[in-house]
Ligand binder design. Structure first.
Ligand SMILES: [Zn+2]
Ligand SMILES: [Zn+2]
Ligand SMILES: [Zn+2]
Ligand SMILES: [Zn+2]
Ligand SMILES: [Zn+2]
Length: 201
């Protein structure tokens, strides 16, 4: 009998104890920590991230969208002065790539300086061209050699001072070595005299 009573008591105690414990262990509000990656996503497959409760064993998970792992951008098409270029970056895990536009450059025009013609050498007018693509904005026009000016009394050119007594006064060439040189020289001297007579130059 005594034994049965003590058994009952201990049973009661156990029940009580259980109740008290249950009251102690009432549901708490989970306090989740930071999300962390459990499985990295790949190009095709979802990954998974998880966060754990700081107070119990509960945790939450959520999927991470599949994503490509792109490398560095690199030039695929060089831009020119007039056309856009293109940059690409490739996925390290598959054949996927992304592109982006590189704006066209602008012409970078530089001056081509004028070269004055002299009595014997050709000159050029001032021009302008793009130093990147070579596009010409202002074309240089070639200027013919001026030809020696009328000689002074010493047979020197009035422009460059060169002594050209032996050259033809009409075309400023040396006819001595030419076929029919003397005839040409004679005719040119005649033309020259007539021109001087008529025009004074
Ligand atoms: Zn919890
Ligand atoms: Zn990929
Ligand atoms: Zn250009
Ligand atoms: Zn000259
Ligand atoms: Zn001549």
């Amino acid at each position: 009998m005594k034994r049965a009573l003590s058994l009952c008591l201990s049973l009661l105690l156990l029940l009580c104890g259980g109740l008290v414990c249950a009251a102690d262990d009432e549901p708490h509000t989970h306090i989740f920590g930071e999300w962390y990656t459990v499985t990295e996503p790949t190009c095709i497959d979802e990954g998974e991230e998880r966060r754990d409760c700081e107070g119990c064993d509960a945790f939450e998970t959520r999927p991470i969208d599949p994503r490509h792992s792109f490398g560095e951008w690199y030039t695929f098409i060089e831009p020119s002065c007039t056309d856009e270029g293109e940059e690409r970056r490739d996925c390290e895990g598959c054949d996927a790539f992304e592109t982006r536009v590189v704006p066209a450059l602008y012409h970078s025009f530089v001056i081509d300086p004028a070269v004055p013609a002299t009595c014997t050498t050709a000159g050029k007018t001032q021009g302008e061209h793009c130093e990147l693509c070579g596009a010409v904005k202002t074309k240089q026009v070639t200027l013919k050699p001026l030809g020696h000016a009328v000689l002074d009394e010493n047979g020197n050119c009035r422009l460059c001072g060169e002594h050209i007594k032996d050259l033809c006064p009409y075309c400023h060439r040396d006819h001595s070595g030419e076929l029919f040189g003397s005839l040409t020289a004679w005719l040119h001297r005649l033309f020259y005299s007539v021109r001087i007579f008529l025009l004074g130059t």
